[in-house]
Design a protein around this ligand. Sequence first.
Ligand code: UDP
Ligand code: MG
Length: 319
Amino acid sequence: MKKLVSVIVPCYNEEDSIGFLYKELDSVSKNLKTRLEIIFINDGSTDKTLFRIKELTKKDKKIKYISFSRNFGKEAAILAGLEAASGDYITVMDADLQDKPSLLIEMVKILEEGEYDCVAARSISRHGYSFLRKNLTKLYYKIINKISKTEIVDGARDFRLMTRQMVNAILKLREYNRYSKGIFSWVGFNTKWITYESSERVAGKSKWSFWKLFKYSLESIIGFSTLPLSIASLVGVIFCIISFIMIIVIIIKTLILGDPVAGWPSLVCIIFLVSGIQLFCLGIIGQYLAKMYLEIKNRPIYIIKETNIREYEKENKEI
Ligand code: UDP
Ligand code: MG
């Protein structure tokens, strides 16, 4: 039997893009030597996304869909897709056609050769992003790669084709705070990078506001590095040493020169500085604690409201 490729598509308010993506995938599937299944994850869209997906499902029996009870975020959608995928090769793709479906043909060829477990796309250009966002993104990749042991490749997208073995490994990572790029890299396996020019969205707007992206990058740093915690303790040690030296200097000075009341301004400055640093370090610890709190609660990462997986499975057994 031919191999099966599962295409996971997280969708959040993508009513206009889905049709284009489906057409594109349909034409790609004709050029593939494998079979194709599409898994749409409706991540709590407030527009007609679910309706459009259901329309497609009626037309094409090779489509699975999962609809969440609310917006759980792209990471949760990717996880749901990976869990529902039954393919030998599995890929994650944006609904907006920024990831070119036609690349799948080349990706499947590379995996078929057997040397690699994963083919991942890296975009060289960042079309449609502002100057500030481009540069901040570059800076972010520099920082995270300096401080984290897991390599996060600059320009890497979530778009990649993986073998079943690699996906099974990813599914073993049950963390609540998910950062896919880090997780894909953490599980290891041989990854081949292919570079391409990402294009602009076919329709709709990017779901990432500047603030959302900033928070996401901070979360990934906390999720994949404990260096901020070490910095906090290091700063504490340095300040203890400095204050110890200062105490000795003050004692000696008092013994020699007496005790004139002076140095108020500098004292106030020092108190402010030190308490500021203390709060900063407490804040860092707090961030990790908050993440632990969320992990310990062990809540489900997503909640499914509606799906056609049962029907899909029945249908495919009969074939
Ligand atoms: N997405 C999602 N849930 C969200 C935000 C985004 O499922 O909360 C989906 C979105 O529909 C798209 C993909 O994730 O298919 C990437 O989002 P987007 O295109 O907005 O990001 P960008 O390409 O600008 O980084
Ligand atoms: Mg996009």
